[in-house]
Ligand binder design. Sequence first.
Ligand code: ACO
Length: 378
Amino acid sequence: MSEVVIHKGLENIVITETKLSYIDGEKGILYYAGYPIEDLAKYSSFEEVCFLLWHNRLPSRKELDELKRSIRENAEIPWEVVDLMRKAPKKAHPMDIMRTAVSALGPYDPELEDNSREANIRKSIRLQAKVGTITAYIYRIKEGLAVIPPSKKLDYAANFLYMMFGKEPDELSSKIMDVALILHAEHELPASTTAALTTISTLSDIYSAVVSGIAALKGPLHGGANEKALEMLKEIKSPERAEEYIKKALAEKKRIMGFGHRVYKAYDPRARIFKEYFKKLCEQRNDWTMYRTAEKVEEVMISLLGHKGIFPNIDFYSGAVYDMLGIPSYLFTPMFAMARTSGWTAHIIEYLQDNRLIRPRAHYTGQLDLKYIPIEQR
Ligand code: ACO
């Protein structure tokens, strides 16, 4: 018994091989299928990254056009599912609505029970197409607005903003949304992807596995830190107040949201990219208050905690960027799920190529051989 080693939280346990993403946390490096995240953010598109993750190679022009067409054609969701979303209690958590909607979609898919690679890629396209619509509709329904049918000509990111706000977004807003989707698409095996793999390893179905991913992402230890980081920046209000605020919070042993990461002990490369686009957005809007405040918070945090490997993570700048795009903070985690559906489905497809039922063990520490006492004698 004393030889048992318990790996709480499966920390540093390698459960599978993958060709989907590579993270070097010490150097702050991230690759998707061999391509640096910086290049994908700069030159690629979300649809191209989806293709890369599902097929492990970049598409030809024809293949990319075909994928974009297919995503557009599959973006509508059955009215019964829209109705189900509408009937959710007013105070329902947006992630509960999303989880329920994706779960409800499963039986509408004609290939639900076919777990072949080809069928799962086709289902991933259909599901990816529909989660964008679901996410936009969560917003429309919550705000008491009529839902907007998906556009037949816009690409994924622009179409999402169109279904949110009812007008075609400008070029910079579309690019920023596209980059945000790329940056959230994939990140190896966080809790949500592990949950999705656990479900698919029983040979369940891809919708059920994605529902498991959404369920795990709901928790504040996974999705949701950007909402809190934004709240903090709004509370600090100006760069002059940043140093005092951070020092006080740290003295009170508070965690500063949007900093630190289990894997990255250097600057999260995704945060660097978000920061760049945050700056472009501030230039366009000529509104620098939040940017200057955030920059000061970053400077103070790095000077105080950089030596411990604590730097901005993806959540530090993303909330502020979404806020400037007019997106309410309750939608941040569903948007994360919308982007990560590509990574979840890619991992599901990859894992099924060499499936092994995920079934860890637990070390029993209770008593044995207790004598059963009938209830009336206890
Ligand atoms: N603010 C202040 N101190 C911090 C922070 C932070 N954000 N993060 C870590 N620390 C400190 C801890 O207090 C601890 O200090 P100690 O050694 O003096 O006790 C030390 O750094 C190590 O902290 P751990 O909790 O052991 O580090 P871990 O790797 O488990 O934490 C985590 C990672 C949970 C993300 C943490 O950094 C945190 O809570 N950050 C804030 C929440 C956040 O931004 N989450 C988003 C992560 S990105 C994503 O999920 C998409």
